[in-house]
Ligand binder design. Structure first.
Ligand SMILES: [Fe+2]
Length: 289
């Protein structure tokens, strides 16, 4: 049985050992924080009443040190407020990581912050882009090599609508099942893709395997239906944290969410052996990063 959630009452002081939640996170759990919402100011409430998006991109985001706002639409005042809200959410996520996952403070580097105003995309997307199918995150053009993908989500929906996920079986069980179908890695091909600018860096064997696992999972209808899984709901006001490269997840519904991505060198996690890099290395019999 898949029991993915560890639920924390964050309105009171945390009484566990400092690294207790880090161990759960690294073991593939989704840590859910209740009673510690990301509060919106009066002016910001409009951002959960209608989507301030330019309609071209799925999400609105800030990138880089300058927190450049992308994908948004609104008056100059609204755009400035939306950008400021995302910058504040980045700070909120940083503080949450430092408080509950102290091993990662100063080690995890915070990357993009996004505002996701739209309902889960139920258009008939290609299966590869369809995030209602169980998958692990892997980026085709942006190899991440030895890094982990840590994500801090919060549901800011103002009408009571939960965010619904399906969460799948443990990573190692999934990888054991699908690894025989992953084609052999070619370092030459990886170099070519990088030289041609198709990837931003050279794909490692780890990136290669993760991309194939992402695709094999999503394209396998029977696996999507029959594999061990649980459906979970994240109510408005809750914050949840997980390694999206380790936890099989599918977004089934909900709109108005904030998301912060952080990258963590896998060697810096508390138990390196629990990283997908290490698990895949053991399964294929040699280091993959
Ligand atoms: Fe994902």
């Amino acid at each position: 049985m898949v029991e993915p959630l560890v639920e924390i009452d964050a309105s009171r002081p945390f009484e566990g050992a400092p690294d207790a939640l880090t161990a759960q996170l690294e073991a593939g759990k989704v840590i859910v924080f209740h009673g510690r919402p990301f509060a919106l100011g009066e002016f910001e409430k409009r951002f959960v009443e209608r989507p301030f998006s330019d309609g071209k991109s799925k999400n609105v985001s800030i990138r880089g040190d300058a927190a450049e706002l992308r994908g948004a639409a609104g008056t100059p005042e609204e755009l400035a407020a939306l950008q400021a809200m995302l910058v504040r959410y980045k700070g909120f996520a940083t503080e949450l990581i430092a408080r509950y996952f102290p091993a990662y403070a100063g080690v995890a580097s915070l990357a993009g912050t996004s505002y996701r105003p739209f309902d889960v995309d139920v258009r008939k997307l290609s299966w590869r882009r369809d995030d209602t199918r169980l998958h692990v995150d892997a980026f085709p053009s942006n190899p991440i090599g030895g890094k982990r993908i840590l994500r801090v989500f919060t549901n800011i929906n103002a009408t009571g609508q939960p965010r619904i996920w399906r969460v799948g079986e443990p990573f190692e069980a999934m990888a054991s099942r699908f690894l025989p179908k992953v084609p052999a890695y070619s370092g030459l091909k990886a170099s070519l893709l990088s030289a041609l600018g198709i990837t931003k860096a050279r794909r490692s064997e780890y990136d290669h395997i993760m991309l194939h696992l992402h695709d094999l999972l999503k394209s396998d209808e029977r696996y999507q239906q029959d594999a061990p899984q649980a459906t979970v709901a994240f109510e408005p006001g809750t914050v949840w944290v997980t390694f999206s490269d380790l936890v099989l997840h599918a977004a089934m519904g909900g709109r108005y969410m904030l998301e912060q991505t952080a990258y963590l060198p896998h060697q810096k996690q508390a138990d390196v052996a629990k990283s997908p890099q290490a698990i895949l290395g053991r399964l294929v019999g040699h280091a993959v990063v």
